[in-house]
Design a protein around this ligand. Sequence first.
Ligand code: CU
Length: 167
Amino acid sequence: MNKTIIIGLITLLLGCTQQAITINSFEDCANAGYPVMESYPRQCRTPDGRNFVEEIIIEANNTGIETNNTNTQANDTVTNHQIIIRNFQFEPNNLVIKLGDTVTWTNQDSLNHIVASNPHPVHTDLPGFESGTLRPGDSYTYTFNKEGAWSYHCHLHSTMTGTVTVN
Ligand SMILES: [Cu+2]
């Protein structure tokens, strides 16, 4: 009888010691279900009185700042130009932009159009400058990364033409 109790106590003690040893970080502590204080950074307290502070990953913040810098740079230099497709015309049908600017075509007609580089029907002047089918209300944005006067047309109505001049 006494033996059983002693063995039981030893097992219990070992169990506690083991648990205390394995908790060496905020994560261990929180995963073990001990109380977490919702401060910044968060803290977790073990029953034996140890306190663990959550590690804040600084790398993530650095990446965030870098991303912001890139965005700021892009916003400083890139302009987005708008062209409306309406009544079988591009408005404006002559546009002068800077290298790296973007142009967005929006179809406000009640039927489909396709914006594509000249010449029709092969579109080889500026490969990749081709919108696919623009249904009413659809938009297509293209970034001009090559200088030149780029004439384009509607692939479904090849008499509809326009030019984007990139300086
Ligand atoms: Cu075409």
